[in-house]
Design a protein around this ligand. Structure first.
Ligand SMILES: C[S@@+](CC[C@H](N)C(=O)[O-])C[C@H]1O[C@@H](n2cnc3c(N)ncnc32)[C@H](O)[C@@H]1O
Length: 464
């Protein structure tokens, strides 16, 4: 596509009528640019090479994969990528202990278990921690018992006055769902809550039912996640959808349990621990051989608000205040509270000349524009790297010598300033005593205001 000059663009639109934001997009010196070019000075200074290895690294293909498909979380990464990474190092270590310090919905942990590799995950969001734990700890359940449990749940819902859960009052449940759908969800959740959980097995069955319930909530709502949560006007959900979708999900889970027990029988007892905690400081029980992970992206998702529906319904968040408190502990995203960023400015933090230069450039660009989404963006950028520095420093302690730290991350363009996230993390890795073994560009991506600017997603491999 031939880039249009500013003059042509100004001619096409009445410039005086444009919003400040649109004017900034049209004026941006980064229009039609790409991050590979902007990364060159950093690559040169680091003495690294970025190689192009196009490959699938997103969650989408997982929607057909056993176990992975139990939870439809778009931010996870592809099981295929985790498999390729395990295969790459199989010769060095056939069954490495694997760690994912940003476990999310558990893609790394599930794939590690399928390969009989013990694993440890760390996750701060209690909903995602729950989902990942259920996904790795339910493989031994009898598919027949599971189906009997789900039939009991649906039968209970059909009773004249079934036990009923009340939709979370702090959420706008009545606008999130059509009222008849909402009432049926309340019955379904009430019936699951009524299941007994006196033994380890019955508790595991109940948890699996809660996971199935959580995984249908967005499909039953007037919302969609693409990947941020938002209203979807065209959607019209049938009254009976909760029961139908739940029954389908339960059948899918039963088929996967069956498959695990026949095809992956030798993996059933492979241990997988999911720790609920902050990767910046949490301790884990053992040393590991391979870290495979994908941190939150700098101008990416809010991993709390995006899951507020499931968190509210499963009791992992009882108020907006509680959710906000959790969000402020996570690796920073660009809608954290201003107070948190102010507080950060007064603390001792990790820094590097690249970070200082990027902050100064962002500050100057915001000043020139006169306005920006957040004036404290330079500090948010700084906090992002400080957070990731703390995570890397904490988990590298557990990495055995000769072990690899494989990170999938995207770079950013903020107020027309290029931020080479992958390369700054490579620098941090070196400062922590690791060697940059490979920097692979896996795909090009678009994000933020300047959609014509080509960003990338990189696989960074560090060797201890
Ligand atoms: C990109 S997602 C990881 C997705 C995961 N690879 C998967 O396949 O589902 C990043 C995850 O990091 C979690 N997270 C953010 N800050 C954290 C922290 N300080 N400690 C632990 N987990 C954190 C988020 O809740 C989110 O689930």
């Amino acid at each position: 596509m031939v880039p249009l000059s500013q003059e042509t663009l100004f001619g096409l639109e009445d410039f005086t009528l444009l919003t400040a934001r649109r004017k900034n997009v049209i004026r941006s010196p980064k229009q039609y640019g790409n991050s590979d070019e902007d990364a060159l000075p950093y690559l040169q200074e680091g003495g690294w090479q970025l190689i192009h290895v196009p490959q699938e690294i997103q969650f989408q293909p997982n929607t057909d994969e056993p176990i992975h498909r139990w939870s439809p979380y778009v931010q996870g990464f592809s099981a295929g990528f985790v498999q390729r990474t395990l295969d790459r190092y199989r010769k060095d270590c056939p069954h490495p202990v694997v760690l994912d310090p940003f476990a999310g919905s558990g893609t790394v942990l599930v794939q590690a278990k399928l390969n009989r590799c013990p694993s440890v995950g760390i996750e701060l969001n209690p909903l995602l921690h729950f989902i990942a734990s259920v996904k790795v700890n339910s493989w031994h359940l009898s598919p027949e018992k599971w189906l009997r449990t789900t039939e009991l749940i649906l039968k209970t819902c059909a009773q004249p006055s079934p036990p009923r859960f009340a939709a979370p009052s702090f959420l706008k449940s009545e606008t999130h769902f059509r009222i008849p759908v909402l009432r049926n969800l309340e019955k379904l959740k009430g019936a699951i809550d009524a299941l007994e959980a006196a033994t380890a097995e019955s508790l595991a069955l109940k948890n699996l039912a809660l996971l199935a319930f959580a995984s249908i909530l967005i499909d039953c709502s007037n919302l969609k996640r693409s990947p941020c949560l938002g209203y979807c006007r065209e959607k019209r959900v049938a009254d009976e959808a909760p029961f139908q979708l739940f029954a389908q999900k339960c059948q899918q889970i039963a088929a996967d349990l069956q498959r695990c027990q026949s095809q992956y029988a030798s993996a059933l007892n492979t241990p997988s621990i999911v720790v609920l905690g902050n990767s910046m400081s949490v301790q884990i029980p053992e040393k590991v051989d391979l870290i495979i992970t994908s941190p939150p992206y700098m101008n990416g998702l809010d991993y709390v608000m995006n899951y507020k529906i499931e968190m509210g319904w499963l009791g992992f968040g009882q108020s907006h205040r509680e959710l906000k408190g959790l969000k402020d502990q996570m690796v920073v995203c660009d809608n954290v509270s201003k107070g948190l960023v102010r507080q950060f400015s007064q603390t001792q933090r990790y820094t590097h000349p690249w970070i200082e230069q990027i902050k100064a450039d962002i500050r100057a660009s915001i000043e020139q524009r006169g306005t920006y989404r957040r004036q404290d963006m330079p500090e948010i950028v700084h906090k992002y790297f400080d957070d990731l520095y703390q995570v890397m420093r904490n988990v590298v302690r557990y990495l055995n010598k000769g072990g690899r730290f494989v990170l999938v991350v995207g770079d950013s363009l903020i107020a027309d300033v290029y931020v080479p996230t992958d390369l700054i993390l490579a620098r941090i890795g070196e400062e922590l005593g690791l060697t940059v073994e490979r920097l692979e560009k896996a795909r090009e991506r678009r994000s933020g205001q300047i959609r014509s600017y080509g960003l990338r997603e990189t696989i960074l491999t560090l060797l201890r």
